[in-house]
Design a protein around this ligand. Structure first.
Ligand code: 5AD
Ligand code: SF4
Length: 477
């Protein structure tokens, strides 16, 4: 039996001695950019209820763990975090302060009520599709002291009801979730189960959000979705809009200078989207396209719906549309049944294609996914060895990609001050951080930079001559 709906002993936040004091919110985000986006939305949804963000968990009246379930022992990590939170909650209690704890995201979705029975410190469990309800749930827990679990689908309501972004500091680059969920059912992946089936926001909503961001100074937008290129939103013309059409429409917004999208499935790279890399100069020449394995046998067992050759042929077509395209990818090693020869095929594909960036993972069996039940699980030691070999190759590829940019000139979108005084930091079209001496007035602008060196994690350059700027005035100390 779980304790859902029953927790009569809990003291509530509304009983706090000083009702007028601002309430503090601490959000700990695990996982992907979609989760980071959801955390931002949660903070905004809770703002009208008087919650202000704090970095200090001991200072927080409400702690939200925004969890990720995709790899590793995600649930275990959450439970150990909850163990630490229980101590924080007890410590605050001795000072007469109450703490409400919410678990959000994919672990919340997957574990549901189980969380409250294993970790009674938790007051709210809320799945990714119910984030718009968080402020209401917090209010309900405050007044009733109940424990609430809300993990229902679907997503329509969530997007419709999430509040607009609150006014904040200058943000040059923003993420906008346009699609959620996935119908691909790769046999290793929990996403179709935790995030549900594919759902797209309407182009109208997305355009309105991006226009709002543009008026606030945003210059670059990255459209997010678990399977973003399967996007199909109901357009104002009554037609279903594919991603290419949405991107084309966003390209019409004058002050939006750069467009990106992530993450894509090779199967959904349609002709229009490929052509767009050639036609739409605002679409950056950089594509994250996971291939997972270079072995056709493993790809079939993963239910990836493509072969290694098809992946390469697709890359060749996109490169034909945009010759300066750089690629990023996701790769899994040690999928059940993967032999040395299968792994070699992965290394070969990496070497043939050449990636500017890549994310590589040891296969981790996710309960409830088909691959978790396969015999022939690869021993941990082999996975570790393969991952190390793959990462060495990928790192070489990344460094050589960076090095060949030295001596070239790149348009850099400046986002913030740099590490050193007088420096500003921006991003190249290929997402590398670029450090340059230059004035803060260039933040939010794109300027040509001559790349002079490539460090381990960023590029350094000098502003291309001919661009006028004045030395920043040093503030008096
Ligand atoms: N084990 C290892 N890696 C995984 N990924 C997804 N599920 C698993 C898993 N069970 C990786 C894939 C995916 C990325 C987001 O995470 O490479 O593209
Ligand atoms: Fe998971 Fe991506 Fe496969 Fe969908 S396409 S099941 S999100 S790995």
């Amino acid at each position: 039996m779980t304790k859902v709906g029953l927790s009569p002993n809990k003291r509530t936040m509304t009983q706090s001695p000083d009702k007028t004091a601002a309430k503090k919110l601490h959000i700990k985000t695990f996982g992907c950019q979609m989760n980071a986006y959801d955390s931002e939305r949660m903070a905004e949804a809770l703002q009208p209820a008087g919650f202000q963000l704090t970095d200090d968990v001991y200072d927080a009246d409400l702690v939200v763990l925004n969890t990720c379930h995709i790899r590793e022992k995600a649930a275990e990590k959450v439970y150990s975090e909850l163990g630490r939170l229980r101590k924080a909650k007890e410590a605050r209690k001795t000072e007469g302060r109450d703490t409400m704890v919410a678990v959000a995201g994919c672990v919340a979705q997957a574990e549901g009520k189980e969380i409250v029975s294993r970790a009674p410190v938790v007051d709210i469990v809320v799945g990714p599709q119910s984030l718009h309800r968080l402020a209401d749930l917090v209010a309900e827990v405050s007044s009733t002291g109940k424990v609430l679990v809300e993990t229902d689908f679907p997503a329509e309501e969530k997007f419709a009801e999430l509040p607009q972004r609150a006014d904040g500091k200058r943000q040059v680059s923003a993420f906008v979730t346009v699609q959620e969920g996935c119908d691909k059912f790769c046999t290793f992946c929990v996403v179709p189960y935790t995030r549900g089936s594919e759902y797209s926001r309407t182009p109208g909503e997305v355009v309105a959000e991006v226009e709002r961001l543009a008026t606030r100074g945003v210059r670059e937008v990255t459209l997010l979705g678990q399977n973003v290129n399967a996007y199909h939103g109901d357009g104002p013309d009554g037609e279903s809009w594919p991603l290419a059409q949405l991107l084309r429409r966003l390209g019409e917004i004058p002050s939006i200078e750069r467009l990106r999208f992530t993450t894509s499935h090779p199967h959904d790279m349609d002709d229009d989207l490929i052509a767009l890399f050639g036609d739409e100069q605002k679409l950056m020449p950089y594509l994250h396209l996971p291939f997972q394995s270079g072995s056709d046998r493993i790809l079939a067992a993963m239910n990836r719906k493509h072969t290694a050759e098809e992946y390469e042929a697709l890359i060749a077509r996109i490169r034909a549309a945009r010759t300066d395209l750089a690629l990023s990818t996701d790769i899994i090693v040690g999928f059940p049944g993967e032999t040395d020869a299968d792994f070699e095929a992965t290394l070969d594909l990496v070497a043939r294609v050449g990636f500017a960036q890549a994310y590589s993972f040891k296969y981790s069996a996710r309960p409830g996914t088909p691959a978790a039940n396969l015999e022939d699980q690869v021993p941990e030691a082999a996975k570790k060895e393969r991952l190390a070999a793959l990462q060495t190759l990928l790192e070489e590829g990344r460094r050589s990609f960076d090095r060949q940019l030295v001596g070239r000139s790149l348009p850099v979108l400046f986002e913030s001050k740099g590490r050193n005084p007088g420096q500003i930091r921006g991003r190249s079209p290929y997402l590398q951080a670029v450090h340059v001496d230059g004035p803060e007035t260039l933040i939010g602008e794109i300027a040509e930079v001559d790349i002079s060196s490539a460090g381990p994690n960023s590029l350094t350059g000098v502003m291309k001559s001919g661009i006028e700027w004045r030395e920043p005035v040093q503030a008096a100390q």
